[in-house]
Design a protein around this ligand. Sequence first.
Ligand code: ZN
Length: 237
Amino acid sequence: MANFNTHLNGAFMVSGVMSLTVYKAGLIDDSGFIMCVVLGTIGGLLPDLDSDNSTPIKLGFNLASFVFAFALVMHWRSELSLLALMALWLAGYGFMRYVVFYIFTTMTVHRGVIHSVPYMAILGLGLTYLSYFVLEISLTASWFYGLFLFGGAMVHLLLDEMYSVNLMGMRMKRSSGTAMKFYQHKDKWWYLLLYVILALLLYFAPPFESFWQQITDPAPWTKLKLGVLPTMIENRL
Ligand SMILES: [Zn+2]
């Protein structure tokens, strides 16, 4: 297993380079660029969060609950009455803080479940949902946010995988199995639940085709190619 600093640096470097690339291609704006770096870095720390580090998790969840409740109220601010908004605020906060948090902590007890590809995919997609449907951020930015969170988590799992092989090329802990986990028989019911949630999230996800069209459009990449090297004038100076 790679340590905290390795994960922090690894995820920061990878998401930094990737964010800069999509930023230079003109696919995200200034604030989107910063968000992608931050989310990718957070993603790189997520798989190791378990009930042992309960304080940062609680703090994070309190914050997430506030943001979620606030976003709900902002979303419906003109349609609902003040009283309804206050009820919505409380309900949104309570839902995140108690229901989602409860499910999250129950799952993290089963460490193998959170330290897995499907769990991280759910978190990434969940962020895309929140950003697109609730915060009403653009489709492209929403998909990038989810993908960066997920990508950071994948860097984490990859690093763990690499560190489980020592310099002699031999596995140190054969028993621990692979870090890039998709399924584990002893947690089969948890994995079944994860894949059901993931399937539902994928089915109702914000339109992926238009995002895909946008990132496969050659124009931004031509722009990027022009931006890779210093311009001719700078070269001459
Ligand atoms: Zn790990």
